[in-house]
Design a protein around this ligand. Structure first.
Ligand code: ZN
Length: 239
């Protein structure tokens, strides 16, 4: 069973479709932030719903459905939430309104931000990972929110970051090690690489992947709306 683990799609239909085309998988997990920033919120929700992707909510999805205070967002992100609210239908609100920022299946945990604070915390270093390893009992937790691919392992009480640039890396999960794994962002990567980022979970093997997509088309769509133009500009530089 091959599962594609995606995060932070952010209404970027071109990036999502490029990932789904390449992934060739049996199941799709989305770690939240389905909407926000880019111009295709309804189409992205429909695509994920149609394929029965297993989704949790990110802070943008929670904000759209009245469960996260938009005052915590910067102006650009808040503008995008307000714009998105006028673009999606009632069933999209219902779909996102049912999602929580954390979900657990056996010893696997899905969170948007961190295990300690699934809606809001940015897990960016080994110290923050250590806190999340202690916050719950799990063997593997998948997280997003930072828009940067990453992997942390806890072995014999020690927590370390596994690699700084995980593209193409394959990780064999060990039963005696615990993991926190971030696929990076599909719809708005922030590690300086504009290509969509995701990972494939295949049994005990995890592989990080990057896929080019039609960035110019996504930018054209953003510039044709009232969304802040900076949201188009940043996609070409992956920031
Ligand atoms: Zn996000």
């Amino acid at each position: 069973m091959k599962t594609a683990v995606l995060s932070d799609v952010h209404a970027n239909l071109e990036a999502l479709d490029a990932v789904l085309d390449e992934a060739d998988c049996d199941a799709v997990i989305v770690l939240g932030d389905i909407i926000g920033y880019n111009a295709d919120p309804q189409a992205v929700i429909d695509r994920l719903t149609g394929m029965q992707a297993r989704c949790i909510a990110g802070n943008h999805d929670l904000a759209l459905t009245g469960r996260f205070n938009v005052d915590w967002f910067n102006d650009v992100a808040a503008d995008a939430i307000r714009w998105t609210a006028g673009q999606v239908d009632d069933s999209a609100f219902e779909t996102l309104g049912r999602l929580e920022p954390v979900e657990r299946t056996g010893s696997q945990v899905l969170v948007h931000g961190s295990v300690r604070d699934p809606a809001a915390e940015y897990l960016r270093n080994a110290a923050a990972a250590a806190v999340s390893f202690s916050a719950a009992d799990f063997s593997v937790a998948f997280f997003g929110h930072t828009h940067i691919p990453a992997a942390y392992a806890r072995e014999d009480e020690r927590v370390r970051e596994l690699f700084l640039s995980p593209e193409g890396e394959t990780l064999e999960l060990r039963a005696d090690v615990r993991y926190l794994l971030n696929p990076g962002s599909v719809g708005q990567p922030r590690d300086g690489d504009p290509r969509a980022s995701y990972l494939i979970l295949d049994g005990d093997r995890v592989q990080w992947r990057r896929v080019p997509y039609d960035v110019a088309e996504t930018q054209r769509k953003i510039r044709a709306t009232d969304l802040p133009p900076v949201l188009a500009d940043r996609l070409s530089v992956g920031r």
